[in-house]
Design a binder for this molecule. Structure first.
Ligand SMILES: Cc1cc2nc3c(=O)[nH]c(=O)nc-3n(C[C@H](O)[C@H](O)[C@H](O)COP(=O)(O)OP(=O)(O)OC[C@H]3O[C@@H](n4cnc5c(N)ncnc54)[C@H](O)[C@@H]3O)c2cc1C
Length: 505
């Protein structure tokens, strides 16, 4: 058993990453663990990337509170973490009288939640702002504080900033059980050994129910994965007029199938919302594609199937926690608590949408809970909230590109032609505070392989660069950890095998 940690955070998604980042401000020994080989491989890698304004969540819920505080935090946070974020605003589009009533309801809910500057605009005004919108739209709710983030970059940057500020990160380290003395948590059993701690933060996303059950907390709480499927359109072929998010009016299934811009310049269509049996089932189904395509077409008839370049799915951690406000007939809220029954646990559960938006506010709430439990938090003198961004070649001016190449010629060699990602960027990610050592880790950080060719051109080159930088044979380079090796064996060995077979015949 190692020296005790003050806090062990279970799960390095956006919630665990933000908790680690904000807690790293204090004189605490912190360990962040994740069962996967990289941070942010769970739900935080499969969502709409919307920074929701906060008119959707029901007043009085944790969702509403953390959503609205979260929105306010993103402008400064994105600056500090060196990540992209655009407060472009979003629209909920109405096509009939019933929809208009829903807009009124959302406007009122938004006012309760203190969402600023919400406004219902006419269909005509809406179409002026987005001419590609269906022609019969009769109005829209305009939310200027809605925005778009980059969940991949945000999760990585938050965890990186935590590591820069002294947090230990252990990947490929699965939580197995709590070590308890009576009703007090004193440590965590993992696939990589036992670690003592005074506090454990459950940020295990889809598996948060199983983690809290190990401490005997909320045995009635269960998470049912609710899958959302998406399609991505080629940015060279189709764009919305402005960077924005277009929602239909919400239904009992959620916020509905949106058509939106991404910060990488593509248009995204989705998600649907269907329960699935497995917490690992992120497959995209034929029926799902039909469902989201018809949903997208209803908003923007001009989208064309021939522009689809990728599909993916994410799983919402939909739980059955009752709302703290019994007046509201709504049975799913975020759990953010220190349970009475057990000492030493900060419990997060059911962090479905708007969990990406809310994550920084959830982290602040965790700090408040610790303080209210008597934890005296002393700020570090040398905490650094700034995580300097690494150069992104395609975002630089010609002069900046030339200067970078002069300093390091590897930035002059383009590896991904669709997204203009250079060898220098790939090598920099291997040596970052959280080293990227798989193909997908490089992809999540540099955005290579996400364009029209979907990795067809860059993958062999990335394999060689990774092998060289990591000092391993190319056959050991993986897509996303052990068991996902990209190369089976050398072609030469195959030829030799044929020769041997000939000898046998
Ligand atoms: C389809 C869809 C659309 C969405 N759209 C939006 C949106 O537009 N805006 C928004 O604000 N939110 C959105 N969300 C919600 C948002 O994505 C989630 O709320 C957020 O990503 C949850 O983050 P998390 O850290 O709680 O979970 P995760 O990202 O899943 O992180 C949990 C981590 O815990 C790890 N873990 C699990 N079990 C163990 C274990 N035993 N040991 C160690 N580690 C473990 C996992 O590997 C994972 O990395 C959407 C979600 C979905 C599915």
């Amino acid at each position: 058993m190692t020296n005790p940690y003050d806090v062990i955070i279970i799960g390095a998604g956006i919630a665990g990453g933000m908790v680690a980042r904000f807690l790293s401000k204090y004189e605490l020994d912190i360990l962040l663990i994740d069962k996967e080989v990289d941070v942010g491989m769970g739900t935080s890698s499969g969502n709409s990337a919307a920074i929701h304004a906060g008119y959707d969540a029901l007043p009085g819920t944790n969702k509403a509170l953390t959503n609205v505080i979260g929105v306010d935090m993103w402008p400064r946070l994105s600056q500090e973490l060196g990540i992209q974020y655009e407060r472009c605003g979003d629209y909920v589009v109405a096509v009939d009288k019933e929809d208009m009533l829903v807009l009124e309801e959302l406007l009122e809910r938004g006012a309760h939640n203190e969402v600023p500057n919400l406004e219902i605009i006419s269909g005509e005004a809406m179409r002026r702002r987005e001419p590609l919108l269906r022609p019969d739209a009769i109005g829209a709710l305009w939310a200027p504080t809605g925005g778009i983030g980059d969940p991949f970059a945000a999760t990585i940057a938050a965890a990186e900033n935590a590591v820069m500020n002294g947090v230990d990160l252990k990947l490929d380290t699965a939580f197995k059980d709590f070590i308890m003395e009576g009703d007090r948590i004193t440590g965590v059993r993992t696939s990589q050994g036992d670690f003592n701690c005074r506090w454990a933060v459950n940020a295990a996303g889809l598996y948060a129910d199983e983690v809290m059950h190990k401490a005997g907390v909320r045995p009635e709480f269960n998470i049912r994965p609710r899958r959302g499927e998406y399609l991505i359109l080629d940015k060279a072929d189709f764009q919305l007029t402005n960077t924005t998010i277009l929602f239909p009016t919400p239904s009992e299934k959620g916020k509905g199938i949106l058509v939106a811009s991404t910060l990488h310049g593509n248009v995204i269509v989705g998600p649907n919302a269907n329960f699935v049996d497995s917490k690992e089932n992120r497959d995209v189904s034929k029926e799902g594609i039909e469902e989201i395509w018809s949903g997208g077409k209803k908003l923007v008839p001009a989208i064309n199937r021939k522009h689809i370049i990728a599909e993916f799915a994410g799983l919402r951690a939909t739980g059955n926690a009752p709302t703290p406000n019994p007046e509201i007939d709504y049975n799913q809220d975020f759990i953010i608590e220190i349970p009475d029954k057990v000492h030493g646990l900060v419990n997060l559960g059911g962090i479905e949408s708007p969990g990406f938006t809310a994550a920084p506010a959830i982290a602040i709430k965790v700090i408040e809970l610790l303080e209210s439990a008597g934890e005296v938090l002393t700020e570090k003198m040398d905490w650094n909230p700034v995580r300097p961004p690494r150069p992104v070649f395609r975002h630089l001016s010609r002069e900046e590109q030339a200067a970078l190449i002069a300093k390091d010629p590897a930035y002059g060699r383009i590896v991904c032609r669709c997204e203009t990602v250079t060898e220098g960027e790939i090598r920099a990610e291997v040596h970052a505070p959280i080293p990227a050592d798989t193909y997908d880790a490089i992809k999540r950080r540099t955005w290579l392989g996400t364009g029209r060719c979907q990795g067809g051109f860059d993958m062999p080159r990335v394999v060689s660069i990774l092998a060289e930088e990591l000092g391993i044979p190319e056959e050991e380079v993986t897509k996303k950890g052990k068991g996902s090796e990209l190369l089976f064996r050398r072609t030469k060995d195959v030829e030799e095998d044929y020769l041997n077979m000939e000898d046998l015949l």
